[in-house]
Design a protein around this ligand. Structure first.
Ligand SMILES: Cc1cc2nc3c(=O)[nH]c(=O)nc-3n(C[C@H](O)[C@H](O)[C@H](O)COP(=O)(O)OP(=O)(O)OC[C@H]3O[C@@H](n4cnc5c(N)ncnc54)[C@H](O)[C@@H]3O)c2cc1C
Length: 410
């Protein structure tokens, strides 16, 4: 039995289910075929642009954008709450390569749009936020560095130095999602403007760096368990060598970078968790279909006790996770992201871990097919597994959650 949401959400949910069935799922194979024929695997298959146009036409566009007031034009967002967006994002998780992009709800653009809407000035919004909201360009968020433990953002070594009316940027970043896509026109770069400042959380700033700025080199595509994540625009290593941008490219104020990074991550984390639940639902469906269709040792796999246990445990886990994600979304809507801190940490710990386990069982049930390219399971597993690292490793969230919990008793 499914949750019943409010009328607006139910209407959008029905529309999105139909959009997935009529357009997205049939496009999965088409997109693969088109990509194989592209000059570069990083270009966007034509069918993706067609999906975007259709989604926009149907009003299934920028659904993620909760803070409607900060948008330059009301037409851009659907004006949903986090609680309303949650079941919709879940549906897109069933086809994570295509659906989030089709709806202009894909990371890292969503987080970058939120940063620009919340902290960008009028000119920055005009130049970068508007084309992002229109789905004309893509963007990247460059924080992580190969040389330092970047789960602790105070370690970041990239320098952003003031020189007259410019900032000069030097540093090396990696796993910068989206940067391999030639449509990625803008980087939000985190670096230190005041490396010796007394407050280690005020040493960092964020600047906008257009892709074509001299000194910015997209070096190579980093792999994820051997996958290159073409649909995501890959995960690039990026070099900044004496990259010069005007001081007007600073986002917010000098020293505000750490705070912006914190603000950016709350919604981004819950969006990943919403989609992960959709991925788990797809895994359960594939498990059940395979279990009834395949016979070993004289009976269908569905009649093996161990298989029934996997399916039952997966269902229980998904129901628990969904409730926790919905509670978190509701808290974000009612008491704000800060007030939902513990729950955001909790879903970020619990969801990828559990969904990885469900996908692992689904792979096992499919035998060799499970690790192959003929089923989506191996790629979904790899994607879910990386979310135990991306947006902060499990252990950092556990540390932060535990500290808050313990603090109540000291
Ligand atoms: C697919 C993917 C996409 C990504 N996209 C982006 C992106 O777009 N932009 C970007 O800037 N970054 C991106 N990242 C990078 C990601 O955010 C970092 O990998 C993550 O923050 C961890 O930093 P690190 O790799 O430097 O690991 P480290 O900081 O070196 O940590 C390594 C390990 O140390 C352990 N550890 C760390 N701190 C603690 C602690 N307090 N307690 C216990 N154990 C601890 C954890 O097990 C952790 O996994 C992406 C990563 C992946 C895999």
């Amino acid at each position: 039995m499914d949750f019943a949401f409010d009328a607006r959400t139910e209407e959008l949910r029905a529309k999105l289910e139909a959009f997935m069935a009529e357009h997205v799922h049939p496009a999965e194979r088409v997109a693969e075929e088109q990509r194989a024929a592209l000059a570069s695997p990083w270009d966007t298959p034509a069918v993706v642009e067609e999906l975007k146009a259709e989604a926009r036409r149907q009003g299934l566009w920028n659904l993620f954008f909760v803070d409607q007031h900060s948008l330059p034009d009301e037409e851009y967002g659907a004006g949903l709450t986090n609680l309303q967006y949650a079941p919709l994002a879940e549906i897109t998780g069933r086809s994570p390569q295509l659906a989030p992009t089709a709806l202009n709800c894909a990371a890292p653009d969503t987080g970058n749009m939120e940063v620009l809407a919340q902290f960008g000035d009028a000119e920055q919004k005009k130049r970068w936020l508007e084309p992002l909201l229109a789905g004309e360009i893509r963007s990247a968020f460059a924080m992580t560095e190969p040389e330092v433990a970047s789960s602790d953002a105070t370690n970041i070594e990239t320098r952003i130095e003031r020189d007259g009316d410019d900032y000069v940027i030097n540093g090396r970043k990696w796993y910068i999602s989206g940067a391999m896509n030639p449509l990625c026109r803008i980087f939000i770069v985190m670096g230190k403007t005041d490396p010796d400042g007394p407050d280690i959380r005020r040493q960092q700033s964020m600047v906008l760096v257009p892709r074509d700025t001299p000194g910015l080199t997209v070096k190579r595509a980093m792999q994820v368990y051997g996958y290159e994540d073409h649909y995501h625009g890959g995960h690039a290593e990026v070099l900044f060598e004496d990259v010069r941008v005007p001081v007007g490219n600073l986002i917010g104020e000098e020293g505000g970078g750490f705070g912006i990074a914190q603000a950016r991550l709350g919604p981004g984390r819950i969006h990943h968790c919403m989609r992960l639940i959709g991925m788990a639902e797809r895994a359960i469906e594939l498990m059940c279909r395979r279990a009834v269709a395949r016979t070993a040792f004289g009976r269908p796999l569905a009649q093996q006790g161990v298989v029934q246990e996997w399916i039952a445990d997966a269902r229980v886990a998904v129901e628990q996770l969904r409730l926790l994600v919905l509670k978190t979304a509701w808290l974000m809507d009612t008491v704000g992201n800060k007030g939902a801190h513990t729950e955001i940490q909790a879903i970020k710990i619990a969801t990828p871990r559990t969904v990885v386990d469900i996908l692992d069982k689904a792979v096992q049930l499919h035998g060799a097919g499970g690790v192959s390219q003929d089923f989506p399971l191996a790629e979904l597993w790899a994607a879910a597994r990386t979310l135990r690292l991306a947006d902060g490793p499990d252990e950092v969230h556990q540390r932060s959650l535990a500290r808050r919990e313990i603090k109540r008793y000291v």
